[in-house]
Design a protein around this ligand. Structure first.
Ligand SMILES: [Zn+2]
Length: 334
């Protein structure tokens, strides 16, 4: 027992330090009892603060906002924000875009993190400037500045100074070979951002992650958090292995049949925006049909509550994938 004790306290300390995500700016209003509201979120022009949240918050719920738009705490004499954007957890810089005109995100930074069987990327967008010298491959610590909050974007309607904000996202990369998929399948459209093309990223609500972390402390676990998220549908991808699951083995559940007979395909639970939330390996004997991808089940209430996902459509009594839904499964299967 005496020998076990130091080991146990080490586990305890490591768990205390394991709080995964830190708020990406000095604004902490999100964690106040009322969630911060207007003090934390910046809404779109003329719309309430709620349109600055993650999810189906725009155009009467039919337009998806992939991140959360965080209000600055400090401004200079001209009213421009001066808050640094802070790396949310230790990681490695995966992508830096300083060609402002090439993205509606303007100047942005993506950092890759690995935690308990998941590969997460956090994204910091609309930066006025990127920290000088910051480049892909740099190791960054939690709380380390990656740039200064701003309002850069290539959209026709510019972000006005009063609406300057940090767009922060917690994402997963659908396929590490996306660039090759794009070249083979979307050759008519430009891909200026390699694997960090928006079509290859699917995220989870950062505000919910922060709030649950604050509530659960060291018991917070991102895998469990994702598995508890609303499931839009379950799909079958008939491939023995998927790049997404090689990088995110934490989402894989045990199946003795597939363990015995071999994995022929993957049953994926998808969230409203297509993020895989959990995966079960399936043996040939458990798969019906021969299609590479197939919808197994749709949760109609989730489809109704998240109209901005647009992955499925009901024709008569039959649910089918939209072009967007098909593209998502195509990328995952590639
Ligand atoms: Zn945004």
């Amino acid at each position: 027992m005496r020998f076990l004790f130091p080991a146990l306290s080490l586990v305890f300390i490591t768990r205390l330090l394991a709080q995964p995500f830190q708020l990406p700016t000095a604004n902490r209003a999100l964690l106040e009892p009322d969630g911060g509201g207007e003090r934390y979120f910046v809404g779109t022009a003329g719309k309430p603060w709620t349109s600055g949240q993650f999810g189906c918050v725009r155009t009467e719920g039919f337009q998806f906002h992939e991140g959360m738009d965080i209000r600055p705490m400090n401004r200079d004499k001209r009213g421009e924000p001066t808050d640094p954007a802070l790396c949310s957890m230790p990681g490695v810089v995966a992508y830096v875009n300083s060609r402002t005109g090439l993205s509606n995100y303007g100047n942005y930074v993506v950092v890759r993190h690995s935690l308990s069987g998941l590969e997460v990327v956090t994204l910091y967008a609309h930066l006025a400037s990127i920290r000088p010298g910051l480049k892909s491959g740099d190791v960054v610590q939690a709380g380390e500045p990656v740039g200064t909050m701003g309002r850069t974007s290539n959209t026709r309607q510019r972000i006005t100074v009063d609406r300057a904000h940090l767009n922060f996202e917690i994402n997963f990369m659908l396929n590490a070979r996306y660039s090759a998929w794009h070249k083979a399948n979307q050759a008519t459209t430009r891909n200026d951002h390699a694997n960090f093309n928006g079509l290859n990223l699917a995220g989870t609500d950062p505000a919910t992650v922060f709030k649950y972390q604050a509530l659960l402390g060291t018991n917070f676990n991102l895998v469990r958090h994702l598995k508890a998220a609303p499931e839009l549908c379950r799909v079958m991808i008939r491939r023995p292995s998927l790049d997404f699951l090689r990088r995110n083995p934490g989402l894989v559940e045990a199946n003795p049949v597939a363990a015995r007979e071999g994995t022929a395909g993957w049953e994926l639970s998808l969230g409203f925006n297509g993020l895989p939330l959990r995966a079960v390996p399936r043996a040939t004997s458990e798969i019906t049909g021969t299609d590479t991808t197939r919808v197994l089940f749709v949760n109609a209430s989730v489809q109704e509550n998240y109209p901005c996902g647009k992955l499925l459509v009901k024709r008569g009594q039959l649910w089918t994938l939209t072009a967007k839904g098909n593209r998502l499964l195509d990328v995952l299967a590639y």
